[in-house]
Structures are given as C-alpha cells and as structure tokens.
Design a protein around this ligand. Structure first.
Ligand code: NI
Length: 247
C-alpha cells in the first residue's frame, strides 16, 4: 500500500482473515477452504416420558367430582398436563358429565371408594361393595373401569389389597402431601407441591377445595420451568401388579 515510506506489504495469516474471504473468487485466490456446511438440526419431537429422563410427576386429585372439577380440567388442558382423579362413587352419577369429561381429556380415573370410609375397619363384604359400586358407577359414566384405588385416609391392609388383587387392581398412595385440605391457601399449597416435587413424585391434592384448584396453575408453571412432565399414574408407573401398593 502507498505510504510516506513507499510501497508496504502487510502479511496476515490466512486463518485470521479467512472469515472475511468467503466471496468465491477471493476464496479461490487465497486458497481459503470452504467452511463446513452447518448440519441440519433434527426437527424437535414432541416430548415423551421416555425422553424426559425421569422428570415426570403424577398429580393426583381426590374426593371429586365437585364444583371445581370442570375448572381444573380447563387448567390442566391449557398446560398440556395429564392427571389422575380418584372419584367418590356416590358422587359420580349426579355429575356424570364432568366424570365423562375427565375421561375424554385422557386423564386417568381411579376409585376412592363409595362412601369414603376407613376400609380396613369394614368387614370384607363391605370393602368389596365399596370398590365394586364405585367401579360400576365410573364404568356407567365413562365406559371405563378403574384399575387403581386410593384408599381413603391412606388406610390399607392385607384384606383390602387382597380384594384389589381379585379385581386386577392396585393401591396408590402418594409421596408428596400438599395438606391442601388443612391450609386453604393457594400459595401455601403451591409452595408445598413445588418444594416436595422430585422425579417420579405422586402429589396428593383435593379439587373439592377452590384453593387447591387455584394453586394448580402455579404448580404447573413452576415445575414445567424445571423441566417436568405431568403424566397419569399409569403413565408414571406403567403396568402395576394386581394387589400391590404404590408408591
Ligand atoms: Ni379422600
């Protein structure tokens, strides 16, 4: 280049300027290798339980159907979340529409007995009746017979498990208790669910309380941000053994 000192030549290593020489002619003159083609990225697949690792959670709701169940279904739907509903049999026929909606939204239906007694305190024929009447009511409303039972108060013994085994059913308890029936406060319920959440958690709530339904968007948002997927009990545990208790 011209200057007060005459013609000057400045030498630069090709590597330092290669990125400025991507015009085809310049590249040829300077013998710059063509940059590698970027590899096409695979199309993002819909997330599944398998590829999420173990970051799956089963939200479970007891004691419905109730006045807020339909609202809860809308919230779950908006978040693409699946859940499990443990129904009280004696409430099913009067709210068959909402029970049918639970099934139509691909949530799982569970049995929570007919009249919410402590099952181990009952004679065996009454235990059988609590299970069967509820299964029949759910089948009548939805066409589906529940394969899982959540014993009221978490009270279960060998006699109850044997009755479940005879029906090809399993007992489902929980690993995170939000105690939402004690604290009717959505913030507290959300905090407890989020604090207790872990891969494979089964979270216990009751959608007969408006505050519990009110806590659900907060729970879904917080745990989705942590990478969790919300699946049914069946989705979480797969095929369960008849007469066994989980988790
Ligand atoms: Ni209950």
């Amino acid at each position: 280049m011209p200057s007060a000192y005459g013609e000057m030549t400045i030498k630069l290593p090709i590597a330092a300027v290669a990125k400025y020489l991507q015009d085809p002619t310049a590249r040829k003159l300077a013998n710059v290798p063509k940059p590698p083609e970027p590899k096409p990225k695979p199309a993002p697949a819909a997330p599944t339980v398998a590829d999420s690792g173990s970051k799956v959670i089963a939200l479970t709701f007891d004691d419905e159907p109730g006045p807020y169940t339909a609202q809860l279904l809308d919230i779950l739907d908006q978040h693409g979340a699946k859940a499990t509903f443990f129904l009280i049999g004696s409430k099913v026929s009067s709210q068959a529409n909402v029970v049918s909606s639970i099934h139509a939204c691909d949530h799982q239906l569970g049995n929570h007995s007919w009249s919410h007694p402590e099952l181990p305190k009952l004679p065996v024929d009454q235990i059988a009746g609590e299970i069967d009447r509820t299964n029949d009511a759910v089948k009548q409303a939805t066409g589906v017979t529940p394969a899982i039972l959540r014993p009221p108060y978490g009270a279960v013994n060998g006699v109850v498990l044997e009755q479940l085994r005879l029906r090809g059913m399993s007992s489902i308890l929980w690993s995170v208790d939000t105690r939402d029936w004690v604290d009717r406060n959505s913030d507290i319920v959300c905090s407890r669910a989020v604090a207790g959440a872990h891969p494979g958690a089964v979270i216990l709530m009751h959608d007969i309380h408006q505050t519990s339904v009110g806590a659900t968007p907060c729970i879904l948002n917080a745990l989705k941000q942590q990478g969790y997927l919300f699946v049914t009990v069946q989705g979480l545990l797969g095929n369960m053994a008849a007469g066994a208790g989980y988790p």
